[in-house]
Design a protein around this ligand. Structure first.
Ligand code: SMG
Ligand code: MG
Length: 380
């Protein structure tokens, strides 16, 4: 369903709602440990009809990227919503253009665009999946496993996820917590396991110990090594690709379809992790998908510990044709005892693409009551 055929919807007000939900287990990455998901939900409220919802994936601290959730809320309120209101009834497909003069803040922009797009699709009675051109009704799911205190403990945690049916295991790594952990998992679970590692930019190409560790991963036949080096140095990833055997996947470095095309052209990555928030929204994510498809580079949908709101849209995105590897779109139970929406449930290692209008899910009243920490209403 092409964007041109979806009519715009007049948005009367935006609600910026903060929710804080406990994680079932702390999530440790190379940049810290999270125990809660503190999300900003954007609700686009039309004059009549159903509201649209978008989830901002900015974290509490600016560690994964420069954005952080308080800052995202402020930039949405002060600089983004006024531009949307000034344009009268812009279609979701026009929003990125309206916001382009505001530098950066892709996660804030993406959440606003998602909310407007959801309102439009609900009014047009079109599902996100149909709109994006979903090629399948269910998507394959992997799981991202936080850094554990020992390889033995990691084996137990991974065993639990494999029992649940996850089709790919991604290990978070950092210098000092890498080779022994990857070796333990490969040796324990065998060569058939789809296994990847995500460094979240924690290695340096100038540090011989780091390069030795990444080279020592060669025998473990990783499906991919995700974002080993700093986000702003795509050329260093191209150099690293000539030094190690693990195929490189880029996450933090890919911020637009343009950067994806560049990274691919210089041999910096063989795989791309697509996160809509990181690239400024679902419409840019589709462009990243298309650039990668045109170059024969497989993609998969990343995750930012989304609640059911963001997950619903991600699962629809992950059903596009070139999403040919299992994503970090895990089931609700991997994150939360109680999600913001009806839970996404893993069946045979897959999640169902929602089929209702828009993102196809709504926040549960009891979750809104229990998890909301603040609400800000911004009227036209
Ligand atoms: O949503 O399951 C999830 C998290 C997946 O590992 C994940 N995300 O770099 O890919 C990544 C990280 C970034 C988020 S850490 C809070
Ligand atoms: Mg990553």
């Amino acid at each position: 369903m092409a964007a041109e055929h979806i009519p715009g919807v007049a948005i009367d007000a935006f609600e910026l709602r903060r929710v804080r939900i406990p994680l079932v287990t702390p999530f440790r990455t190379s940049f810290g440990t999270e125990t809660h998901r503190d999300a900003l939900l954007v609700q686009a409220i039309p004059k009549g009809g159903a509201s649209g919802w978008g989830e901002c994936v900015a974290d509490v601290q600016p560690l994964y990227s420069p954005e952080y959730v308080d800052g995202a809320q402020q930039v949405i309120e002060r600089y983004l919503i006024p531009r949307v209101f000034a344009a009268n009834t812009p279609k979701a497909s026009a929003i990125a253009g309206l916001l382009a003069r505001v530098q950066g803040h892709p996660m804030a922009k993406g959440a606003l665009e998602a909310a407007v797009l959801d309102a439009e699709l609900r009014a047009a009675n079109v599902s996100f999946g149909a709109y994006l051109g979903a090629a399948r009704a269910r998507v394959d799911c992997g799981v991202s496993v936080g850094i554990q205190t020992s390889p033995e403990l990691l084996i137990d945690v991974v065993a639990g996820y494999l029992e649940s049916g996850y089709k790919r295991i991604k290990l978070k790594i950092e210098p000092g917590s890498d080779v022994a952990f990857v070796r333990a998992i490969r040796e324990h679970f065998g060569s058939e396991l789809l296994l990847s590692a995500d460094a979240n930019a924690s290695y340096s190409i100038d540090n011989p110990d780091h390069i030795n560790a990444l080279t020592a991963l060669n025998p473990f036949k990783l499906l991919m090594l995700e974002q080993p080096l700093t986000a702003d140095d795509i050329p260093a990833h191209a150099r690293l690709a000539t030094m190690i055997e693990s195929p490189i996947c880029l996450d933090e470095s890919i911020v637009t379809a343009r950067s994806a095309a560049y990274a691919i052209s210089i041999g910096a990555c063989k795989i791309v992790n697509i996160k809509p928030g990181r690239v400024g929204g679902y419409l840019e994510a589709v462009k990243v998908h298309d650039v990668c498809a045109a170059n024969g580079v497989p993609v998969w949908c990343g995750g930012m510990l989304e609640t059911g709101i963001g997950r619903a849209a991600n699962v629809a995105l992950g059903a596009m044709p070139n999403f040919s590897l299992p994503g970090d779109t895990s089931a609700s139970s991997r994150y939360f005892a109680q999600d913001m929406t009806e839970p996404f449930v893993l069946e045979a290692g897959t999640l169902a693409v929602p089929t209702g209008p828009g993102i196809g899910v709504d926040p549960l009243p009891e979750s809104l009551r229990e998890f909301t920490t603040s609400v800000q209403l911004i009227r036209r």
